[in-house]
Design a protein around this ligand. Structure first.
Ligand code: ATP
Ligand code: MG
Length: 464
């Protein structure tokens, strides 16, 4: 079997030697270039499993090489060697498409971890599911709106990267679900995903919870605690409600991200950390920075890539699909037959602004199913709070047929579900068209779909 090959680019011979020795001990062949031109020539004639490039090269900037590799050789993970403490370059490199960075002077332990991570990013092994090894255990991020389609595409792309991701969005929009999908679709899937609610840790314990502590380092530290960063080693740490981190912990977090090493409270030694960071908050983090409650430099560092989850009211076109999915799931879990949904109920759902977003929709349906008496869920069964933007529900239209009582095969259930989804979609589209006086552009906008996909749906549903 041929050895995996690495491209190393640096104009300092000492560094090239150090890289070559370290990487060949890890079973890699190295080809070296001392400038951009040399690197380009090698890239055009050889195939590589990894590239490490310095930042300043005699004939240009390493970032340009990162950009070229990201666009012409996207299967080659590229990492940047940055000057000590230069956060700007590290962030710029990752924005340009680098999967990670390593600071000078090179720490061999950090370098080895980076190389291991790069090799895991390599060409997917035959038989790997497209969505990654374990993604099947999670509920999918549903939605046909352009925003959700784009979001799923971004998640798949981000999964192959190590850069910190900041997930923003209102409460209940699916931030944690998105973070888990990034983890599960990437090379860290078999290592832990550790979610931490920063707001739930008492402020004076945040440091020791995150970075660990030595026994006896403070009252109550009765034994060594490795900390959550160590617990997530090799995997992903999800810092939820990151805006709640006290300022001293923010300083330490920044350092850890920069150095890739952490010093447990009360310990003399730093331990390497190999963790991908995903953070989230329902707050407006930029406003927290402006208000002096969140450090600008940390914001800049954790926000290398932002993933924004749109509120449900900006994609009401997804409500029918989500509703059908949740009704089906909740009914199955309770051994019930999914109920019909009256048109009035669907209209009420579509017009309700959902301040609690998808989670609230889920809760509303759960409650409705528990309390409803008949076979059809009517608007009144939803017990929606007063609706500021509600319009009167149109009478007359009744929901799709419920499956017949008694057992149904999986296929029959799926077919019934598909049919009820398209019936629901039909009703939603018709109603929206009526509301917009058949202005298709306005209707498409209100439904959160493109004009093209609205036209497609119309013809598929046989609506003139
Ligand atoms: N697009 C979606 N498709 C299917 N289920 C979804 C979707 N978005 C969210 N959910 C579900 O909604 C619930 C809330 O999602 P999640 O916990 O990820 O939201 P969050 O943004 O982290 O909320 P919070 O701000 O309250 O912490 C979960 O049960 C999740 O599975
Ligand atoms: Mg959450």
């Amino acid at each position: 079997m041929t050895k995996p090959r690495a491209l190393i680019v640096d104009d300092e011979q000492d560094i090239l030697d150090l890289l070559r020795i370290t990487l060949s001990r890890m079973g890699l062949d190295c080809l070296a270039a001392t400038d951009l031109g040399g690197a380009r020539r090698l890239l055009s004639t050889q195939s590589f499993r990894l590239c490490l490039t310095d930042m300043r090269l005699p004939d240009g900037d390493g970032i340009d090489l990162v950009r070229e590799i990201a666009s012409h050789y996207p299967q080659v993970p590229v990492a940047m060697i940055t000057a000590h403490g230069s956060m700007e370059t590290a962030v710029a490199a990752m924005k340009a498409g680098a999967f990670d960075f390593v600071a000078k002077p090179l720490d061999l332990q950090v370098l080895r971890r980076l190389v291991t991570a790069a090799l895991r990013l390599g060409p997917p092994a035959a038989g790997d599911a497209e969505t990654g090894p374990a993604a099947g255990n999670l509920p999918p991020l549903l939605g046909d709106s352009p925003a959700m389609v784009e979001l799923r595409r971004l998640i798949a792309k981000l999964a192959r990267n190590q850069a910190p991701v900041y997930v923003s969005g209102e409460s209940g929009t699916g931030k944690e679900l998105a973070a888990r999908l990034i983890h599960l679709q990437g090379p860290r899937a078999t290592a832990p995903f550790v979610p931490v609610n920063c707001g739930a840790i008492p402020p004076d314990l945040v440091e020791s919870e995150l970075f660990g502590h030595k026994k006896g380092s403070f009252t109550g530290a009765i034994s060594d605690n490795p900390g959550l960063f160590q617990a997530a080693d090799g995997g992903t740490l999800f810092l939820d409600e990151v805006a709640e981190l006290p300022l001293p912990a923010q300083v330490k977090l920044l350092r850890v991200l920069q150095e890739k090493k952490a010093r447990p409270v009360g310990s003399q030694r730093e331990v390497p950390v190999d963790v991908r960071l995903i953070s989230a908050t329902h707050r407006d983090l930029a406003a927290e920075v402006a208000g002096g409650r969140f450090r600008q430099d940390l914001f800049y560092r954790i926000n290398v890539i932002e993933l924004r989850l749109p509120p449900l009211r900006e994609r009401t076109g997804d409500i029918p699909l989500l509703t059908a999915h949740f009704l089906d799931r909740i009914a199955r879990q309770n051994g019930l037959i999914p109920p019909r949904l009256a048109a009035s109920a669907l209209a009420a759902l579509i017009h309700y602004p959902f301040p609690g977003n998808v989670r609230e929709l889920e809760n509303v349906l759960e409650r409705a199913l528990a309390l409803a008496e008949g076979e059809t869920l009517e608007a009144a069964d939803l017990y929606l709070p007063a609706l500021p933007t509600a319009t009167a529900a149109a009478p007359g239209l009744t929901g799709p047929g419920a499956p017949p009582a008694g057992g149904m095969s999986e296929d029959a259930t799926a077919a019934a579900l598909a049919e009820s989804i398209s019936e629901i979609q039909r009703q939603v589209i018709l109603r929206t068209l009526e509301e917009t006086r058949w202005n298709r552009t306005a209707a498409a906008k209100q439904l959160g779909m493109s004009l093209r996909s609205l036209r497609y749906r119309l013809s598929k549903l046989g609506i003139e």
